[in-house]
Structure formats: structure tokens, C-alpha cells
Design a protein. Structure first.
Length: 328
């Protein structure tokens, strides 16, 4: 099994980007980081709700970010995305111990919305477990079945940093996941999302059939390749996002891939995701990142952005990641 063809898939998209303006790419980079923020925030009010419960409480759908969010600490989806972005900028190569320490510090200082799996791993890390073992220990304690969506929700900065270099995007995507989510379905679903996101940033719609085949050849669990294929031509409703497995990594991956093929306006696509129910804040964060790459920050409703805390920091991070990506 080889990852070389998967790396080539990403490199081909990078070569196609030569004719795009710097202003357009910068807008898309900002759109990814701000898209995570608004998607996460919009979904918070109905996290864990069924589609029917949302419709009953909000007959016109969830359409607004709570103004109180601008005075609250970031929820885990956005906060961990920022942690990962800063880790990528701090070191030439993503270091597990550094990323682990940053996540432990975030939990101590904020920790809002942290998932059970991530909390268990960070507790071990805080107690002195090594960054390359803690997630595996927790996964094994949980019967080797825990495959939550916490790694997918934060993965966008890897694509921002390494959209132009397939070998690094593959390596760093997997590293970004295994620090807390050891199950192979988690790391490979992260890679499916970052590969699709990198393609979009380079102006190429990802070919799901080819991507799935390359993931299979590289050794991804069959659930990942199958999930990618299912996203081809599927409707949002077919994913049953409010089912009992709403926090499953494959679900979040499929939401992102579905959004990568949607050509509607940012607001319309994102509200459809939120109003489908389930793990709405994470699904919103993933879809928001993808749609931000499509429409750029200029496509995100201003009224939503006004309710995001410290959005200038997100813009600055996006700009820094863009500069770094151009240097390789």
C-alpha cells in the first residue's frame, strides 16, 4: 500500500492554481477560518437535537448566531481549530507533544464543549502520558470502537498550511488526528476532508471516486472509502445526521464532502446543514470551512460575523497560513 498516488492527487490540484489571483486565494483562506467560526456558533443552540425538534422549536429554521457568542469563549470546534493552526505555525513540522501540550492548556483555560473522548485523552496527557500513547490507551479502553468526530472538526488548518504539498498534507493530517483520536477511521476521514479542502482552495472540485480509490490503495479503513463514495450525489437527508451515530467521524466527513459539491450561497448551504439536526455545531464547523473555501470570507453573512468573538485573530491566522503555504 502506498500514499504516493494520494499525495499526487493533492499536488495536481496545486499545479492547477497558477492562474488565480492572490486576493481571491486570501479571501478563501479567511473564509475557511471564519466559516469554522460561524458554522460552529450557528449550530450551538440546537446541538444534539433531531431535525423534527428543530423544526418544532424553529419553524423557519435556525438562521441566526446568538449575539451572546461574541462575549463567550470559543466552543471546542473553533478553539481546537485555532490551537491546531497555531501549532502548525509554531513548528516546521507538526510535533505531537507540542500539539498535545497546547490542547491540554486550552482545556485548563477554557475547555468549553469538550467531547468525552478528547477529555479522557487530555486527562491522561495532563497526568504525564506521552503524546504518542495517550489516545491509543483511551481507544483500547473503549474497546477499539471509539471513532468520534473531534479530529475532523478541527482539521481545516492542515489544508490551509499544506494545500501545495501532498506529502506534508497527508503526514500532518494524520498527526493532527492521532493526538486525541487513535482510531484509523478518524485519521483517514480527516485526510479525506483536508484533501478535498486543499483541492477547493486550488480551484478544483474533488473527484470523490478517485479520492476513495486512492484512500483504499493507501490503506484507509473500508468505511472511509465507502463513506466518500456515498457522498457522491447523495442528499443531505440521506446521511441521517440526527441518528444515534450523530457524533461518528464518517458523518462529519460526509457533511464536508457534500458541501464541497454544493454551489449555493454560503448561508443557504450552512443553514441546511444545521437544520438537519444531529451534532450541529461540529457539522456546521466542517461545512463552514468547506463553504468558506468555496465562497471566501466575502460570501459569509456580515450579521453572523459580527457575533464572533475575536474574529480579527482568525483573519490573522488565515493570512499567516497562506504566507506559509506559499513558501512551502
Amino acid at each position: 500500500m502506498s500514499r504516493a498516488n494520494l499525495e499526487q492527487f493533492i499536488d495536481e490540484a496545486a499545479r492547477s492554481n497558477a492562474g488565480r489571483s492572490g486576493t481571491e486565494v486570501a479571501d478563501r483562506y479567511r473564509g475557511v477560518m471564519l466559516g469554522v467560526a460561524v458554522g460552529n456558533a450557528l449550530g450551538l443552540a440546537v446541538e444534539g437535537w433531531s431535525k423534527d425538534s428543530i423544526k418544532k422549536r424553529f419553524p423557519k429554521g435556525v438562521t441566526e448566531v446568538d449575539p451572546a457568542e461574541k462575549d463567550r469563549p470559543w466552543d471546542d470546534d473553533l478553539a481546537q481549530t485555532v490551537v491546531l493552526a497555531e501549532a502548525l505555525m509554531a513548528t516546521g513540522e507538526l510535533e505531537l507533544q507540542d500539539l498535545a501540550a497546547r490542547l491540554v492548556r486550552w482545556r485548563a483555560e477554557n475547555g468549553r464543549g469538550i467531547g468525552f473522548l478528547t477529555a479522557a485523552v487530555l486527562s491522561l496527557l495532563a497526568a504525564g502520558a506521552s503524546a504518542d500513547k495517550a489516545a491509543q490507551i483511551v481507544w483500547e479502553q473503549k474497546g477499539r470502537k471509539a471513532a468520534g468526530n473531534g479530529a475532523v472538526m478541527r482539521c481545516a488548518p492542515v489544508a490551509l498550511r499544506w494545500r501545495n504539498l501532498g506529502s506534508r498534507l497527508v503526514e500532518e493530517s494524520i498527526k493532527s488526528a492521532i493526538v486525541t483520536h487513535y482510531d484509523p477511521r478518524c485519521s483517514w476521514s480527516v485526510l479525506a476532508v483536508t484533501a478535498a479542502l486543499a483541492s477547493l482552495l486550488n480551484g478544483v472540485e474533488p473527484d470523490f471516486g478517485r479520492l476513495a480509490a486512492l484512500l483504499d490503495d493507501a490503506g484507509a479503513p473500508e468505511e472511509v472509502g465507502r463513506g466518500v463514495r456515498e457522498a457522491q450525489g447523495s442528499t443531505l437527508e440521506s446521511f441521517k445526521l440526527d441518528g444515534a451515530d450523530m457524533g461518528y467521524t464518517i458523518k462529519a466527513m460526509q457533511v464536508g464532502l457534500w458541501a464541497s459539491r454544493e454551489h449555493g450561497e454560503f448561508e443557504g448551504v450552512l443553514t441546511r446543514v444545521i437544520n438537519a439536526g444531529g451534532d450541529t455545531d461540529t457539522n456546521g464547523a466542517v461545512a463552514g470551512a468547506i463553504m468558506g473555501a468555496r465562497t471566501g470570507a466575502s460570501g459569509i453573512p456580515r450579521r453572523w460575523l459580527r457575533n464572533i468573538m475575536d474574529r480579527n485573530r482568525l483573519v490573522a491566522l488565515a493570512d499567516a497560513l497562506l504566507r506559509a503555504s506559499e513558501k512551502r
